[in-house]
Design a binder for this molecule. Structure first.
Ligand SMILES: [Zn+2]
Length: 312
């Protein structure tokens, strides 16, 4: 998921380098000439030739919908996916634990999460309005305070190989970093969180990074003076976690649901919140889950022509 300010410079470079040229008509794509971009899991797409080239393209079976988002043949996360938090760094005494645990316990089954049930695979099997959060763990700075993307993968791998978290191909492992930790590939400057997948111990593991927005509230928090649960960083993380989970279940391997720009479902509605109400402390929220108010960015409804929605 991009920061509030997006990645404008990157986008400009991409469109300059890859704008359709005189010869574009000579390179016909199976899904049509607008099927040029694939997701990165970070809130923007890149030309598919930059990712896996011919292999990706030839294996693709695009199903175009009339809803502004298309299916590219890859798997979805069905049944009841399990969300596993890995609390990295120092979270002691932080109310984030309660705020974000409550989110993991109550997101599944909510009217908001129900939007994901409008997504289906090639056998017409739909995402369920169900999530579970059976376990979480902590990591005491095993990779220091400046993480690379590979460090995030290592943190997830270690949590599984040590037996601390189960090896679960229907799991989403979410690394949550405390505010003193940076993710050096672009946290706070290009994105607030991302999701990806990798082979871990022979399993196609789905995982995500979500950093504490207290590190950069101007880039990664929708509200910077007050927030529904009195924790600006954690309340912003709730929105980013929901965004990444929406994408992980509908596009776990980055080859299922995304639009012609390479935007996944939640990317299409990043930083849009729809109708909001005032909470007791004067901040804005748009949904109550398990007794707590949250301001969660909208998700793309894959029905009725498509739109950003807070519920379905
Ligand atoms: Zn995203």
């Amino acid at each position: 998921m991009k920061t509030k300010f997006g990645v404008i410079v990157f986008s400009v470079i991409v469109s300059v380098l890859f704008a359709p040229g005189a010869w574009s008509g000579a390179v016909r794509h199976p899904g049509g000439e607008d099927q040029d971009y694939v997701p990165t899991g970070r809130g923007w797409g890149v030309p598919d030739t930059l990712i896996e080239g011919a292999q990706k393209r030839s294996s693709r079976t695009t199903v175009k919908t009339s809803n502004g988002i298309n299916y590219h043949g890859g798997p979805l996360m069905l049944g009841t996916p399990n969300v596993y938090y890995i609390w990295y760094g120092n979270w002691s005494g932080n109310t984030a634990i309660n705020i974000l645990d409550n989110l993991a316990f109550t997101l599944g089954g909510s009217p908001y999460y129900n939007i994901n049930t409008t997504y289906y695979d090639g056998s017409n099997r739909k995402v369920s309005n169900a999530l579970a959060a059976p376990a979480s763990t902590t990591d005491n700075y095993s990779r220091g305070t400046a993480l690379t993307d590979n460090d995030v993968l290592t943190i997830v791998t270690n949590s599984i190989s040590s037996g601390t978290l189960p090896k679960d191909s229907n799991g989403i492992y979410v690394v949550l970093t405390s505010a003193d930790v940076n993710e050096t590939s672009g946290f706070c400057t290009q994105y607030c969180g991302w999701h990806s997948h990798a082979n871990i111990l022979g399993m196609d593991a789905k995982f995500a990074f979500v950093g504490n927005a207290d590190r950069c509230p101007n880039a990664c928090a929708a509200q910077t003076s007050s927030s529904p649960n009195g924790n600006i960083g954690a309340d912003a993380m709730a929105s980013t976690i929901a965004h990444e989970v929406d994408e992980a279940v509908t596009d776990p391997d980055l080859n299922a649901w995304y639009d012609t720009r390479g935007y996944e479902n939640a990317d299409k509605c990043a930083w849009k919140f729809g109708t909001v109400y005032k909470t007791a402390n004067g901040s804005s929220a748009n949904m109550n889950l398990g007794g707590l108010n949250y301001l969660i960015q909208q998700n793309w409804l894959n029905a009725g022509g498509g739109k950003c929605a807070s519920s379905y």
